[in-house]
Design a protein around this ligand. Structure first.
Ligand SMILES: Nc1ncnc2c1ncn2[C@@H]1O[C@H](COP(=O)(O)OP(=O)(O)OP(=O)(O)O)[C@@H](O)[C@H]1O
Length: 768
């Protein structure tokens, strides 16, 4: 408490206040959407008082509390808590000096009561013994079920009480309680109030409480009546009752509201430049004091003894009284001038530093104990969501199985129509000869194409029209028509070498019409037909004692430098699939965690408890990395051990790159969760990023097939260089010394940095 002398020589005592709000302005939205929520509001909460903030739903109470705890900023006006600016850790907000119970539950519902309290106990640095004692006390005092009960299974009222217990846990100097008595039975409500009164009276704690039960606020030492962002009145309840001569606070509030309404209708409150709009004859006499607390004596002296506000309740007696007024940007009173001068003398810059304990709460360096508490919390959360955990580990395995089993295998049993005009009945009259025998050679050729191939199944047809109709109906994938004199002309073609007429060429050719609507199937059909013919011709040449190579194209494919002579699509896609699975699983997990924690008020609660964003980040990176490592191990085991996909290069580089890609996904998730406020938007954006990644990163199709401009863009996507690097390690056996491989690493590391920097910028922009 400070003592100074007023202009007339009177002694003025300025109570040390814990919270001071001067001319607070706050609005949401912009332009015509703009909604003013706090309008030149002034409020002072003296040390050791219970301040009941009352007002209808939507009048701005929660917004005001959010500003007091440093989670929101005022647009204009001044706000000090413990003599400093909330949000500045030196003041203790955020930190141990405040206990905050938000309106939402803000609890990890999968935790037991004990685990929940232990988590915050660790954050506050409480030792085991102290914590256990406090838990026992709170469970008993708040009539909570056994502390091993899982919060999800508690009733709404019980859950609110656990939330209340969290705010009481560490004996904070300032308690900010947003409707703590909702859903609490009257007996318990009274015992909560008794406890709060005891905390204020015996331990000097300061309490700000909002409640919808106006009458229970009679027990507060001071009430502030709020309406539409204004503070209609601020005084001890007994004073208000006395001045208005009404039996209940509710009646007082109603009366003030009616008066306010009348004034509003005259367009007064928002336009009043200075001074007080008094509410009644009595109120008109009251001074407008917004941020100054006077003792009764001082006020009597100042007002020539004309105004006396007797503290009526036991609690209120101890507190000085604030005047009742519209708290509209008041003209600076004499008292305010004195106070301002005093403040300026104390500290030129802010005038709000008198209660800052330097060093007491400065914790800008991440604390290992808090990180450990957060990691434990994350692990318990994961453990409690066992189904989700299993899903997280099974998902990559299932995806790899689906990929390896379903993708890249050659299509089999493709029905193919055959009309052989050389034989009357294809099934019974077609005799397959062996050796250097040239009788109905078409039967031998068809046998080679269809019997030795798992790709094609021959479906004989009598006429060309029927076969064509079957193709048109989609019953078969193509048709082959063997001319009536095929054998004769085939032999003629064979022996005539280059001297061959057109009729021979036509009559010795099998006419093929394919259904080319499915590129992969058509490609397989062509391949099976070519291979079947080549095998037939090589065998015929061998049987007739000619060199079989005469049947080949004069192009000889020797052993490839890299890869297989017969590469398969699975091996082409595997590197991209590994990257895609890991990147997007990490992305979805991280994006979801942050957004849900923020939505449930848990992130705010932890921040107000003094947890640094960097501590939250480190703990999440740690736990997510465990999951990521598990997912990487499962994915790679299935790819390389179960499905035997070849890896020519060092496996270490594959593991390293996969983990880094997962980290990049995690950081991208972090960025999305900083940008968006709800899960749906995060999911939509994740899906929106999935497709460009899938289509443009060379996962499905070689980059060489893209137009140059798209190829250039593609190289700047997070998965492209990594996918190419992975493919080069797996198929070409290259190591980190090769530019393609280290570029994959460099690109991934760069993307990690970009995502982290952007997240940091978004956080900064949002918080400013
Ligand atoms: N983030 C936001 N964006 C836009 N408007 C908001 C936001 N938060 C609150 N509001 C609006 O501001 C007004 C005041 O909200 P606030 O939550 O502070 O009221 P309250 O007095 O705490 O209400 P209640 O008693 O129902 O909790 C309401 O009209 C609300 O719709």
């Amino acid at each position: 408490m400070q003592i100074t002398t007023g202009q007339n020589g009177n002694e003025i005592k300025i109570e040390s206040s814990i919270v001071k709000v001067v001319n607070a302005q706050k609005s949401y939205g912009k332009g015509i959407q703009k909604k003013v929520v706090l309008d030149n509001l002034c409020l002072t909460v003296p040390k050791g008082s219970i301040y009941g903030l009352l007002g209808a739903s939507g009048c701005g109470k929660t917004t005001l509390l959010s500003c007091i705890v440093g989670r929101k900023n005022l647009d204009h006006g001044r706000l000090s808590v413990f003599g400093g600016v909330p949000g500045d850790r030196r003041t203790g907000i955020p930190g141990k000096r405040v206990g905050y119970m938000p309106q939402e539950l803000a609890l990890y519902i999968e935790f037991t009561i004990k685990e929940m309290l232990e988590y915050f106990g660790r954050i506050y640095g409480m030792d085991r013994h102290q914590l256990q004692e406090k838990i026992d006390f709170l469970v008993q005092f708040l009539d909570l079920p056994h502390f091993d009960r899982v919060i999800r299974t508690l009733s709404g009222g019980q859950q609110r009480r656990v939330s209340f217990a969290v705010s009481l846990l560490h004996d904070p100097e300032l308690l900010i309680l947003d409707e703590p008595t909702v859903g609490v039975d009257p007996m318990l409500r009274q015992s909560i109030w008794n406890h709060l009164i005891r905390l204020a009276k015996e331990e000097g704690k300061t309490i700000i409480i909002t409640t919808h039960y106006i009458e229970e606020a009679r027990q507060a030492s001071m009430v502030g009546l709020m309406r539409n962002g204004h503070l209609l009145a601020e005084a001890p309840p007994s004073t208000l009752l006395e001045q208005f001569n009404l039996p209940s606070l509710e009646d007082v509030f109603l009366k003030l509201c009616v008066k306010h309404e009348i004034n509003d209708s005259h367009d007064i409150p928002t336009k009043i430049p200075t001074g007080t709009r008094s509410l009644s004859g009595t109120l008109r006499k009251l001074p407008l004091v917004s941020d100054l607390t006077l003792t009764n004596t001082a006020k009597r002296q100042k007002r020539g003894g004309s105004l006396v506000y007797p503290g009526s309740t036991a609690m209120a007696e101890d507190y000085s009284i604030q005047a009742i007024s519209y708290m509209k940007a008041p003209e600076e009173t004499e008292f305010q001038k004195i106070k301002r001068r005093l403040s300026m003398k104390k500290k030129p810059n802010s005038g709000y530093n008198d209660q800052v304990s330097p060093g007491c709460c400065q914790m800008t360096v991440p604390s290992p104990s808090k990180i450990w508490a957060l990691i434990m919390k994350n692990l318990i959360k994961m453990w409690r969501n066992m189904a989700q955990l299993l899903f997280l580990f099974l998902l990559p395995a299932v995806q790899v199985i689906f990929f390896c089993v379903a993708i890249g295998q050659d299509p089999i049993d493709l029905k193919f129509a055959v009309v052989n005009h050389e034989v009357a009945n294809l099934t019974s009259n077609c005799t397959v000869t062996t050796g250097c025998d040239f009788t109905t050679i078409s039967c031998r050729l068809l046998e080679s194409i269809f019997t030795n191939s798992s790709t094609l199944v021959m479906v004989p047809f009598e006429t060309d029209e029927l076969a064509r109709e079957a193709v048109a109906k989609g019953e078969v994938w193509g048709m082959a028509i063997v001319p009536e004199t095929f054998t004769k002309y085939f032999l003629k073609r064979l022996w005539s070498s280059l001297d061959v007429d057109n009729e021979t060429l036509v009559q010795s050719s099998i006419q093929v019409n394919l259904d080319m609507s499915n590129q992969q199937v058509a490609f397989q059909l062509q391949k099976a037909l070519h291979e079947g013919y080549q095998s037939f011709f090589r065998q015929l040449l061998t049987d007739c004692e000619f060199p079989p190579e005469m049947g080949d194209l004069p192009l000889v494919f020797k052993n490839p430098v890299y890869g297989d002579l017969h590469p398969n699509f699975t091996e082409f896609m595997a590197p991209g699939i590994i990257i895609l699975i890991i990147f997007f699983l990490a992305l979805s997990l991280t994006g979801d965690i942050f957004v849900t924690e923020r939505r449930d008020g848990l992130l705010d609660r932890s921040w107000i408890a003094g947890v640094l964003p960097s501590e939250i980040l480190i703990s999440h990176v740690f736990t997510q990395f465990l999951v990521l490592a598990g997912q990487t191990a499962i994915t790679l085991v299935f790819i390389f051990l179960v499905f035997n996909i070849k890896c020519e290069g060092p496996l270490g580089w594959i593991v390293g790159l996969t983990l880094l890609q997962g980290t990049a996904g995690m950081c991208y998730g972090l960025l999305l969760s900083t940008i968006f406020n709800d899960v749906a938007a995060t999911i939509q954006f994740s899906i929106g990023s999935f497709y460009p990644c899938l289509l443009l990163s060379g996962i499905l199709w070689p980059l060489e097939g893209m137009p140059w401009y798209l190829k250039t863009i593609s190289w700047y996507l997070p998965c492209t260089a990594a996918c190419q690097a992975m493919r080069d390690v797996m198929s070409r056996g290259w190591g980190i010394m090769h530019p393609s491989v280290y570029l994959g690493y460099v690109s991934t590391l760069s993307w990690i940095s970009v995502f982290i920097i952007l997240s940091w910028i978004v956080i900064k922009v949002k918080s400013s």
